[in-house]
Design a binder for this molecule. Structure first.
Ligand code: ADP
Ligand code: LRH
Length: 496
């Protein structure tokens, strides 16, 4: 009989997908592709909607995509859901959704950092949560929502993947890896931080009980089974429901001394650790301690990622210049290197719209040549990302005291050979590129372990990945000097 199939629902900021993973019964993946195979059964765009001045997620459109995907998936042993972090839906006492979830890129959080800092100064907030400052962390969104009728009426708050799981199963939980992005969790106790919640007047009883990846999370409701053509009961398993937590499970590393960069809409660059690093130096470097699967900590920094490129493409398209990504990348590979670089960690790039103009402004503000066309803009973006990758990999090692010998690039950006090569060059380290669907793989592997189809810790799961997947290797080339100079210049920009 064919090996059991697990459906990973993976909602990214740019697209949602339902991916079927078949996992063999062996203890490890000695048997190559027999051990593990992936099929993308459904992919659908994730396009936010601006309504009444607020940027929303089209959550019902996404849920429809999930149902369509689960129907196409056919018979499965279980389902797991992961998505982007920090955002949530509010439910009333009957379980009805109170309004459409707001997008983390919406401007409602502007000005809330000051209000939070007035009661919890940044060093104190960091000492309690170990979380980097991102203006859209859930605590800032809840501060922005304070006093609104919607929050007043809410009986329950569900993070996005928990909301989807709730609609699929009727059971509610708060999955831990994603909870850790709210800035309401203490990464040492791996539990809610009452001091933070109390200081900010956030009612923790809004959150259903915490769930750990691997735990059962209900079964598809009869109506959902009917809508998706499932005749037998289908369990839902809690996975690393933060997409980045699942992506880190999906890193095919051979040993412990690796850095990872999960590159999609964002680049999340850092290390997997056993314990959080909560120091003043770490806070100043804006490193985060998000929680990972199996008791790990994801020590990383958020970098603007391919959002910069996606938004440039969207701008050009709206101006009637729809460039092919392949053509842009081919041109960028030939363009002059490091002509101008921007700080790809700068929050000025978070909001949507006018991205080419904003990149040009950033170059002008820092006395660098302004990109003259689309290809030069793309080269500026990729050089800037590679440089930000270098700085994050370097800083993570310095701040944690853990050295690395290779960098794994996973996520949609692993398709981008130029970005991977520039990252190898900038870091001065070999880059292993792939898998592109690391989050879906991490999601599948945790489900498969719960179902008893695979055994062991993260190292065993990763061995299965390594033997089953085609990976691309990039050796660092070129002198380090130019990258070092550019890194220093960007550090000065970031600190100045
Ligand atoms: P998210 O999960 O945040 O939605 P993905 O991991 O799917 O993002 O990554 C999407 C990005 O990956 C795209 O914006 C694009 O820049 C890049 N990408 C995807 N496919 C390719 C490709 N064939 N060549 C180059 N880049 C690609
Ligand atoms: C990537 C991601 C990232 C978060 C951001 C909101 O998809 O989950 O880890 O910081 O979205």
């Amino acid at each position: 009989s064919s090996p059991p199939a697990f459906a990973a629902v993976d909602l990214g900021a740019s697209s949602g997908r339902v991916i079927l993973g078949r996992v063999g019964t062996g203890r490890t993946g000695r048997t190559g592709t027999d051990g593990l195979s992936l099929t993308e059964v459904h992919r659908f765009p994730n396009r936010p909607v601006r309504l009444g001045g607020t940027l929303h997620w089209d959550i019902l459109g996404l849920y429809r995509g999930v149902l369509d995907g689960l129907r196409k998936a056919g018979e499965v042993a279980s389902v797991g859901v992961d998505s982007w972090a920090v955002d949530y839906g509010l439910l009333d006492a009957t379980g009805a959704l109170l309004g459409n979830p707001v997008h983390y890129r919406d401007s409602r959080t502007e000005g809330t950092a000051g209000r939070v800092a007035a009661v919890l100064p940044p060093p104190r907030l960091y000492s309690l949560t170990g979380l980097q400052h991102l203006p859209f962390n859930t605590v800032y969104q809840l501060t922005a929502a304070r006093g609104t009728p919607q929050l007043g009426a809410a009986q329950r708050l569900l993070l996005i993947p928990d909301l989807i799981s709730y609609w699929l199963t009727g059971t509610a939980g708060t999955e831990l890896t994603n909870a850790s992005t709210t800035q309401l969790v203490d990464p040492r106790t791996r539990d809610w931080s009452r001091p933070v919640a109390d200081a900010l007047g956030i009612d923790l009883t809004l959150f259903p009980p915490l769930r750990i990846p691997g735990e059962p999370a209900g079964e598809l409701l009869p109506g959902v089974r009917e809508a998706t053509g499932h005749t037998h009961p289908v369990p839902v398993t809690a996975v690393g429901s933060h997409d980045t937590a699942s992506a880190v499970v999906g890193v095919p590393a051979a040993g412990p001394d690796f850095a990872y960069i999960a590159t999609g809409t964002w680049s999340l660059a850092g290390l997997e650790l056993d314990a959080p690093v909560i120091t003043e130096a770490s806070r100043r470097a804006n490193f985060t301690n998000e929680l990972g699967v199996d008791g790990t900590v994801r020590y990383l920094r958020n970098i603007m990622g391919l959002w910069l490129l996606q938004e440039c493409q969207r701008s050009w398209e709206s101006e009637g210049r729809p460039y092919e990504l392949r053509e842009l990348l081919r041109g960028a590979a030939e363009a002059a290197p490091l002509r101008s670089v921007v700080d790809a960690g700068d929050p000025r790039f978070i909001a949507p719209d006018r991205m080419p103009a904003r990149i040009a402004e950033a170059c002008r503000d820092t006395g660098q040549p302004v990109p003259r066309d689309a290809v030069e803009t793309v080269r500026c973006v990729l050089d800037s990302l590679a440089l930000a990758h270098r700085r994050a990999v370097e800083d993570a090692q310095r701040l944690s005291g853990r050295g690395v010998s290779a960098v794994h690039v996973v996520g949609g950006g692993a398709h981008n050979e130029l970005l991977c090569q520039l990252t190898a060059d900038a870091c001065g380290l070999p880059v292993v590129a792939g898998p592109t669907e690391a989050a879906a793989l991490g999601n599948v592997l945790v489900q498969a372990r719960t179902a008893g189809a695979v055994h062991g810790g993260l190292a065993d799961l990763r061995e299965l990945l390594r033997t089953a997947l085609p990976l691309r290797h990039h050796q660092p080339a070129g002198p380090q000097q130019a990258w070092r100079r550019a890194a220093e210049a960007v550090s000065a920009q970031a600190n100045g």
